[in-house]
Design a protein around this ligand. Structure first.
Ligand SMILES: [Zn+2]
Length: 267
């Protein structure tokens, strides 16, 4: 399967939007863990509390190829988007406590680690062998209909040429009451994919990474989900968790989508 035809993530490590917490983006493995342990010791305090692990410090550690200050929890390794996800799951759902059937698509190491600690029936997939529990494309899921209570799909769809097929598959494997939490890079209202087949250098320039095949606009993204039989609620982190933006060091401009199967539609 060619680059961009699935969840291929070769440009990942250079990317701003798709960096992997605990991946090779900044410092690798043991060195990073030692650095974070040291950070935790030298930044005692209560100004920040991680909603994922409840650890308090005076400030989170910097993270990113272009370093963002106050980004990574030194105790559990969560980044801004992970903390927003846990806040959502914890405060707006009962999904953290139930024995739910969860599918994570191309999860980063942080999510993979945390998910396995929860009472979930958890499956992760990636199109690249060895990166998740099973090797599978989101456009052709080897899973039965109505199979999953929760899908987590962060920064994947912008890599997939046939994203509509991927969205239909998401809808197909969701249980009637299930929800898919989805995040993609966004700019404006309409999607730009005119450079989908352009050389990687062009796509890196236009879409932020060489392996991105489009840059979604929010109106069009919601429309595409709708056409696949998914009704999505858009969540602006700064709106939903205004009181937590500083304490949990969130990105107030971050948006994610909570998609559910459209009522009365047999997609
Ligand atoms: Zn934490």
């Amino acid at each position: 399967m060619g680059s961009g035809s699935n969840g291929g993530r070769r440009g990942e490590k250079a990317g701003r939007g798709c960096e992997k917490a605990g991946g090779r983006g900044v410092k690798s493995g043991l060195r990073r863990r030692a650095y974070l342990a040291g950070w935790r010791l030298t930044h005692r305090g209560t100004e920040r509390t991680c909603p994922a692990c409840e650890t308090s410090v005076s400030r989170f550690a910097p993270f990113g190829v272009v370093q963002r200050p106050d980004a990574q929890c030194p105790a559990c390794g969560s980044l801004e988007r992970h903390r927003a996800l846990w806040l959502y799951l914890r405060r707006r759902t009962d999904l953290l406590t139930g024995p739910l059937r969860v599918l994570a698509v191309a999860p980063d190491p942080y999510l993979e680690r945390r998910a396995r600690e929860l009472p979930w029936d958890y499956l992760s997939i990636d199109v690249e062998p060895g990166k998740a529990m099973r090797t599978m494309s989101l456009t052709r899921l080897d899973l039965p209909d109505d199979d999953r209570d929760l899908l987590i799909c962060y920064h994947v769809l912008e890599h997939i040429t046939d994203d509509r097929a991927a969205m239909r598959e998401m809808r197909r494997v969701l249980r009637p009451e299930g929800q898919a939490i989805v995040e993609v890079p966004l700019a404006g209202e309409e999607t730009d994919e005119q450079f989908r087949d352009a050389p990687e250098a062009v796509r890196a320039e236009r879409y932020g990474q060489p392996d991105h095949v489009r840059l979604y606009g929010r109106t069009d993204f919601l429309r595409r989900l709708g056409e696949a039989g998914l009704d999505a609620e858009e969540i602006l982190v700064g709106d939903l968790f205004a009181g937590q933006v500083v304490a949990a060091a969130l990105m107030p401009e971050e948006r994610f989508f909570v998609a559910r199967r459209s009522v009365g539609r047999a997609a």
